[in-house]
Design a protein. Structure first.
Length: 237
């Protein structure tokens, strides 16, 4: 009787330890403090998890993150659960599932290096449309790139919305915000230009200004180092 009781106690202890070990592994996470230039996409690549994994563990709906906040990054450690099965004399069946093939992306679709919310993409596309309507596709990408470069620069606000709606003196930094033309819908070209700028392949040597030399009245802007001229716009830093 005593021997049976001791055996039951050992089994119960082992079950408890297995349960504790399982939960500790399953909920393992790393705390990370957000710094300038971070995005959910970058953090996902760094820790080999998906954007949805990070959003789920932090109870997030949108894709925006903020400098200085602490995010929980889920661990990808595999949890191995021990299973007890009856011995079998039959040969084991091949239960391995074939690896799913990754979906092929269209040739013109590239993975963004920067992740911003859908509402900010729309806002940026509308600014591009207003500032570069009639310009080439390359010129539209250039305008979007300047806005993203400003987000990364310590001289400007650190969000797309903050940069676009920044007030300088008594006016908005971008005239389409001032005159209301930014409220008009963006063309497909402007939307594609934003997606292209988000890949960060060509950052125009970190240009943070653009202007039309034929209409610009501010002599200060002409003193900036010119990086490139695309159509009617000069891009400078």
């Amino acid at each position: 009787m005593k021997h049976s009781y001791m055996k039951s106690m050992v089994v119960a202890c082992l079950a408890t330890l297995s349960f504790i070990g399982f939960n500790a592994t399953a909920t393992a996470a790393t705390n990370y403090k957000v710094v300038k230039g971070d995005s959910l996409w970058k953090l996902g690549k760094r820790y080999s998890v998906t954007i949805d994994d990070i959003k789920k563990i932090n109870n997030r709906q949108g894709d925006m993150i903020y400098i200085g906040e602490t995010l929980a990054i889920p661990s990808k450690t595999k949890v191995l659960a021990a299973e007890t099965t009856e011995p079998s004399t039959a040969a084991p069946a091949n239960t391995a599932k074939p690896e799913p093939k990754p979906e092929a992306k269209p040739a013109d679709q590239e993975t963004p290096a920067v992740s911003i919310s859908a509402s900010e993409k729309d806002l940026l596309a509308r600014l591009v449309e207003a500032e570069a309507k009639g310009e080439s596709y390359e010129g539209k990408v250039g305008v979007a790139t300047v806005v993203l470069n400003r987000v990364d620069s310590p001289k400007f606000p650190d969000t797309v919305t903050g940069v676009i709606k920044q007030v300088v003196g008594k006016a908005y930094a971008f005239s389409p915000v001032q005159n209301g033309s930014i409220n008009k819908p963006a063309s497909e070209d402007s939307k594609k230009a934003v997606e292209q700028a988000l890949t960060r392949k060509d950052r125009l040597d970190e240009s943070i200004y653009f202007y039309n030399p034929k209409t610009a009245t501010d002599n200060w802007i002409r003193s900036r180092a010119v990086i490139k001229t695309i159509d009617h716009h000069v891009f400078a830093k």
